[in-house]
Write a protein that binds this ligand. Structure first.
Ligand code: HEC
Ligand code: HEC
Length: 374
């Protein structure tokens, strides 16, 4: 069975492997296992040990937000695999955002970035959102660029870190963004119990989790059509090639506020970017690595537990029975045709959850290379 799983994991990553000898922009040892493809970083912002180390300092630094109250790590916390435990994140102004903070594990592979933007394909670009975006207000750096560069430049530790990472360049908010991109690219997670099982340790996961993996990869449930490959998400860098198994964006029937498939106005998915009716409620397939650590679930954190999430798939969508989002998502006309109709026994559901729990990488959340350096 392991051989079949390894093959299944490899599907969808064909084409992602760098051509031997080709420069992949990475000068940092990532020690990835065989079933992970070669990642790439932009040649205009090479991933080096020095830039990742500078980025780590910045990631945990409150001085980066306009009003000094928020760091990247406020919403992306290592103990939750660099997600947080809230349904939707709070911004620098204390106001609530509308989206659930995703885990940053293996974001080096993510393509495209964020829950519902087909056009955001590099981390450098994505970071303009949290750093300068005003809707929602996250770090609130807009208008404070010089002040922030100044705050960093008076710190001798930063002067040294910047000089090591970007020799001869002046400290600027652009370099801050580049270093942050490098640090998040260094956040690779590949040491889950399931990875050890794949590597040949047949007792690394329980019998229940093994049965759960068979369910996950079965045609009956079809989970791996969308949560595909080594990342358990179709939205990986290999989409830059023509090898994607399915689209990275799907509507899974969480809402139907108007009887015509509408999602709540706060977050409607890909339609906000594309304007096409068929993109209503379509969000990017999230990776399931470390998923047991990243509750609550869904793009808006509206699903409390893994058990609840699986029951929504079993029901064919979610019927919101009361409140302002009332409506029967099971009848959402935009719900993906790639979702199977299936029912699980309680024992099978427990097995599937045990499998999802086996995707937790406890060394990733303890790794001192990713921890707060201050
Ligand atoms: C207020 C909470 C908050 C803060 C602060 C924040 N983020 Fe995020 N982050 C989010 C949310 C929410 C998303 C999802 C946004 C979306 O889908 O549009 C996200 C998305 C991301 C992504 C894309 C992940 C993916 O899988 O596509 C990266 C990378 C990222 N953040 C890094 C950072 C960095 C670096 C910082 C510091 C400059 C930061 N974030 C600050 C909440 C936050
Ligand atoms: C048609 C593609 C597709 C299939 C098939 C699919 N999923 Fe998903 N899955 C998604 C998308 C898209 C989301 C995010 C939806 C949203 O938030 O609106 C998601 C979200 C999830 C989440 C929440 C993750 C998080 O971080 O919030 C879990 C858990 C999950 N799926 C498990 C499964 C399991 C188990 C199966 C098989 C029974 C499955 N999925 C089948 C597309 C799919």
């Amino acid at each position: 069975m392991r051989a079949i799983l390894l093959m299944t994991l490899a599907v969808g990553i064909i084409g992602a492997c760098a051509v031997p000898g080709e420069d992949n922009g990475i000068d940092l040892e990532l020690a990835l296992p065989q079933h992970f493809p070669d990642p790439i970083a932009p040649l205009s912002n090479r991933l080096t040990p020095e830039s990742a180390e500078l980025g780590r300092h910045l990631f945990y630094d409150l001085r980066l937000s306009g009003n000094g109250t928020l760091a990247c790590a406020s919403c992306h916390q290592q103990e939750y695999a660099f997600a947080d435990s809230l349904a939707v994140s709070l911004g620098a102004s204390g106001g609530e955002g509308v989206l659930n903070a995703p885990s940053l594990a293996n974001v080096i592979y993510a393509y495209p970035l964020t829950w519902a933007h087909g056009s955001v394909t590099t981390i450098e670009e994505q970071l303009l959102g949290p750093m300068f975006g005003e809707q929602p207000l996250e770090m609130g750096m807009a208008g404070f660029e010089d002040e922030i560069a100044g705050r960093l430049a008076i710190d001798a530790r930063y002067r040294e870190l910047f000089a090591d990472a970007f020799p001869g360049e002046e400290i600027s908010v652009k370099l801050v963004r580049f270093a942050l991109a490098s640090f998040v690219r260094s956040l690779v997670s590949y040491q889950s119990a399931f990875d050890r099982f794949l590597a040949g340790d047949s007792v690394a996961i329980s019998q229940s989790a093994q049965r759960g993996s068979e369910l996950f990869y079965s045609e009956r449930l079809g989970c791996s059509h969308c949560h595909a490959g080594f990342a358990f998400s179709a939205a990986v860098q290999s989409l830059a090639t023509n090898s994607q198994p399915t689209s990275p964006f799907h509507n899974i029937g969480l809402y139907n506020v108007d009887g015509e498939g509408g999602y709540p106005s706060a977050a409607q998915g890909l339609i906000e970017e594309s304007g096409f009716a068929k993109d209503m409620g379509r969000f990017r397939v999230p990776s399931l690595r470390n998923v047991a650590l990243t509750a609550p679930y869904g793009h808006d954190g509206s699903v409390a537990t893994l058990d609840d999430f699986i029951r929504i798939y079993e029901e064919g969508g979610r019927n919101v029975e009361a409140g302002s989002n009332q409506g029967d998502g099971r009848n959402n006309p935009w719900r993906s045709d790639d979702l199977k109709v299936f029912e699980l026994s309680d024992a099978e559901r427990d097995d599937l959850i045990a499998f999802l729990e086996s995707l937790t990488d406890s060394s990733f959340v303890m790794d001192s290379r990713f921890a707060d350096p201050w």
